[in-house]
Design a binder for this molecule. Structure first.
Ligand code: ZN
Length: 309
């Protein structure tokens, strides 16, 4: 790897063996060493007084939310302390109450590259988990209310005749550097800023291998056939719960016919052109590559370095 990917540094011992132990969990929640990251409308509380860092709070600061039944997730153990995420979205004005010394709620995407890797990884876990609970308040099987269980790692239907158990999901996305000789294929989706190019990508579908997903997505989006798919690296992407699976593959055809619904444009780029795209990444100048935060950026760097492992 050329550089550690943002969101990949989660260092918690997730200690799953304690999740169903309500007594242990209740004790740890009130333990003076335990730490909580408050999440408000999926934004995380960040301390900006020095280098940006998660503004971890103690039990006293979040007690009222826990007692009110807010979504509470056990993230895991690090530095001999239990870490939790707590949803404080019930706060109407998070700047005013309950503690004036709280930091600022910031979109995880906008701050994670500035955090220490372990903290960005913690936010990937916290954001995905709370977003999942937000969207699974009702049973997908019968429609009844569901309740949080296992310290946040399942929800169980409240209907006695159903009792269906639901688990947090992770959605695999293949993202691929398509290479042909000394050129690579990059595209721009309609939702991308004009002039910003990235690797092709798409969700792996049920019943499909990663290799099949890569071949299908490239063919669907650009009409290019690829072979020799190899895995490179992966990145949690908490919007809301994707796992980006970075791959390389070799094109065996060259003509591009884009799917106009999926892509606005796609082109072959030389190594010199990709170097220029990368140099402009994160600036307003175009054409440019995705910002360094994105795995697509790191795949492009790896291709230039011919580091495919
Ligand atoms: Zn149900």
């Amino acid at each position: 790897m050329t550089k550690p990917l943002v969101f990949t540094g989660n260092r918690f011992d997730r200690a799953a063996q304690y999740r169903a132990d309500a007594t242990w969990m209740a004790e740890k929640q009130q333990d003076p060493t335990s730490r909580y990251v408050p999440i408000h409308n999926l934004k995380a509380l960040i301390d900006l007084t020095d280098r940006p860092a998660i503004d971890w709070r103690g039990y006293a600061d979040v007690k009222e939310f826990i007692e009110a039944g807010a979504t509470l997730i056990f993230l895991g153990i690090a530095d001999f302390a239990c870490h939790f995420a707590i949803d404080v979205s019930s706060l109407e004005n998070p700047r005013a109450v309950p503690n004036s010394d709280w930091g600022k709620f910031i979109d995880v995407r906008n701050i994670s590259a500035q955090l220490r890797p372990g903290e960005a990884g913690a936010l990937a876990q916290a954001r995905s988990m709370i977003a999942w609970h937000d969207n699974h308040q009702f049973c997908a099987k019968c429609g009844a209310k569901t309740d949080l269980h296992d310290a946040g790692y399942s929800r169980i239907c409240s209907s006695e005749s159903c009792k269906a158990q639901h688990f947090p999901r992770t959605d695999p996305v293949a993202i691929m550097m398509v290479v042909r000789d000394d050129k690579c294929l990059m595209g721009r989706g309609h939702n991308f800023p004009p002039g910003q190019f990235s690797c092709l990508a798409g969700f792996i579908e049920p019943g499909e291998t990663i290799e099949q997903g890569v071949k299908r997505e490239v063919l669907e989006e650009t009409g290019v056939k690829v072979e020799n798919v190899t895995y490179h690296s992966s990145q949690p992407w908490p919007y809301p719960s994707s796992l980006m699976i970075g791959c390389f593959c070799e094109a065996v055809t060259e003509d591009i016919t884009i799917d106009p619904i999926e892509l606005a444009e796609a082109h072959w780029f030389s190594k010199d052109e990709v170097r220029e795209l990368l140099a402009r990444a994160g600036t307003p100048e175009t054409p440019r590559a995705s910002p360094p935060l994105a795995i697509a950026h790191q795949l492009a760097l790896a291709w230039l370095a011919e580091d495919k492992n």
